[in-house]
Design a protein around this ligand. Sequence first.
Ligand code: ATP
Ligand code: MG
Length: 418
Amino acid sequence: MSLPWTEKYKPLKTSQVVGNDQAVSQLLNFLKGWRRDRDKKAILLHGPPGNGKTVSVYAVAKDLDLEVVEVNASDKRNLEMVQRTVGSASTMSTLFPVKGKVLLIDEVDGLSGSEDRGGVGAIISVIRNTEYPVVLTANNPWDLKFSSLRQYCEMVSFNKIRTPTIVKVLRRICDQEGIRVEEQVLEAIANNAEGDLRAAINDLQALGQNKAELTLEDVEVYSRDKMKSIFEVLAKIFKESNARAIVDEVSSTDVDYEMMMHWINENISQHMSDAKELSEAYNMISRADVFLGRIKNRQHWGLLSYVFELMSAGVSLSRTVSRPGYVKYQFPTWIRNLSRTKSIRDKLSLIGNKIGAKCHASSLEGVEYYLPYLKVIFQADPKRAAKICRFFEFEEELIEEISGDKKTYNKIMKELKS
Ligand SMILES: Nc1ncnc2c1ncn2[C@@H]1O[C@H](COP(=O)(O)OP(=O)(O)OP(=O)(O)O)[C@@H](O)[C@H]1O
Ligand SMILES: [Mg+2]
């Protein structure tokens, strides 16, 4: 395994972060002008994955000569310890000349369910007592459980990275790696990433590593090959019993290991039926998942081999008998469901965000409490509906979604244009 290109080419200085200029400079100003008596002592960077939230924190801190102290949001003991130590910073600094610090609480929306209510509370109390600026990141900060946390934070939105910008980054990497490639190939990869620069760079590495030239055909073949190699890996895991061979197969595949894990997880129940086998296999996959989480949180890429071993040989050796005959491999259900409902979920969450922003509510509250009334008004009174659309700044696509039917939508659009 070589270093992931997302690591190798990650920005080390603010000037190397692409896109989201305004958001990045807001972060810079926040850290520059931070004082312990300011109103909002934390800043929350939010937006879709892979657009530079985490790397911006490190890059900006580096430019300002601040040390980033990363705090694990889902570890309550860790938070309590931080809370005890952040308060004492100013007394410390009179004894030792210490470098300024930034507390980074990354991916707060990883906190799940009710048991973490304490987690959110602990974060708030860290913010209230801190002697240092606090930066939080989240993909979706509009969840109900964050409504009180948001009041302590300056909110900064990081948007998707635009395709031409992604192409530029990919081009630079290809130049450095000595890969010849045409513009349209990079455009295809960039387009497919839908604003996620991390995904684009990962795809480029999977496709182009150790190659002198990358063609459009490679891109097309890649997606077909990817399916083929997923099935090969699954066949090894569920039929083979030589541990070494299984691990080799998994670690040599091009498939993203997280994706592979979902495939293995989905197919365990197809190939094993004995309760003991099943429990052992799920135990293995869950341990692999724990390791993967650690790798992602702490960038300990050396642990990757454990992930491979647990999810491949670990799962495979849980099997005591081999089921004869052909078994169909199952496409991970959650991926299928996600893509089926994605566009509706996207629209609802946009509507929720827009309502929430004007009504000081969360996105969820926007959808649950306000949207039903809007639907009634849209049906009954196109004139008023048009006013509402202007107020919330709904785009046509969202107006269509709220209208529910074409006739209502047309009436409202007519009002809007008049
Ligand atoms: N704006 C950017 N400029 C330069 N590189 C970027 C940018 N965004 C992402 N990258 C690349 O993608 C990798 C992942 O970015 P980063 O960890 O900052 O994403 P993120 O926004 O924090 O995503 P998540 O929401 O999943 O935590 C970086 O290491 C870097 O290689
Ligand atoms: Mg991040």
